[in-house]
Design a protein around this ligand. Structure first.
Ligand SMILES: Cc1cc2nc3c(=O)[nH]c(=O)nc-3n(C[C@H](O)[C@H](O)[C@H](O)COP(=O)(O)O)c2cc1C
Length: 231
């Protein structure tokens, strides 16, 4: 009986893989392949969170996902100001970032911890892109159907994990799915080599498992949205 169960399990896995592969072959492109965005909540040149986000990006690329890594340094934004928004609308970089978010199925964030919370940079960015560009626009369009994976790195003993609590709270309130698994790297200045690669095998494995979950969940959500669109 146990052997029979194992055989059924293997057949199901095999069929799933077959239909996934067939979809890639039939359409030329992979319609269910998720598009994943990787961002750090720091613009510092030697940021450990940038290194963490980039390591996650490289793992996801190896696992076959369609990935984009961006540096928020390339998208400077003023501090959110309701008067500025009323006069001029969204700044050009907020529009660009919003469009990048909309084009992706999942967002991986690596957040530093500043005074036990997220950085003002990250909060300001997430606030600007939560705003509508025109009347009647779906609320929180940049976050619709999005899956978020959260991580943090800090030279401290807690690895910045306290920043992930307000971050998760904020993201849940704008309607995204936040993966339960998180990766926090403590003593982070010693955990990357001179090329920026994560040198701790324990953390690398942890990150690999998070990225694997990230791909699986974004793929599933994308597939559901596609079926909903057909119905
Ligand atoms: C204003 C400020 C507040 C900070 N507060 C914390 C903190 O609460 N916990 C912590 O672990 N590190 C804290 N740090 C140290 C950061 O973890 C450290 O600067 C880290 O390198 C920032 O991430 P990055 O390397 O990705 O830029 C703080 C740093 C700054 C500038």
């Amino acid at each position: 009986m146990r052997i029979l169960n194992i055989i059924v399990f293997l057949i199901v896995i095999g069929l799933n893989n077959f239909s996934f592969a067939k979809e890639i072959n039939d359409k030329g492109t992979n319609m269910t392949k998720p598009k994943l965005l990787f961002i750090a909540g720091s613009i510092r040149k030697d940021s450990v969170n940038k290194k963490l986000a980039f390591n996650a990006y490289q793992l996801a690329v190896k696992m076959g996902a369609d990935c984009t890594f961006i540096d928020l340094k390339d998208y400077p934004l003023p501090l959110y100001d309701g008067d500025l928004e009323a006069q001029e609308g969204l700044p050009a970089n907020a529009k660009k970032l919003k469009s990048i978010f909309i084009q992706h199925d999942g967002v991986f964030l690596a957040s530093p911890e500043h005074n036990s919370s997220i950085t003002s940079l990250l909060k300001n960015t997430l606030d600007w892109i939560s705003r509508s560009e025109e009347k009647g626009e779906t609320p929180n369009k940049a976050y619709a159907n999005k899956v978020f994976a959260l991580s943090s790195a800090s030279p401290g003993y807690l690895g910045g994990q306290r920043a992930l609590i307000p971050l998760q709270m904020m993201l849940s309130n704008v309607g995204v799915i936040v993966l339960p698994k998180k990766v926090s790297i403590a003593k982070a200045y010693d955990k990357f080599d001179e090329k920026g690669n994560l040198s701790s095998s324990e953390h690398l494995e942890d990150l690999r498992l998070l990225v694997k979950d990230f791909i699986r969940v974004t793929t599933a959500i994308k597939q559901c949205s596609k079926h909903e669109a057909v119905e």
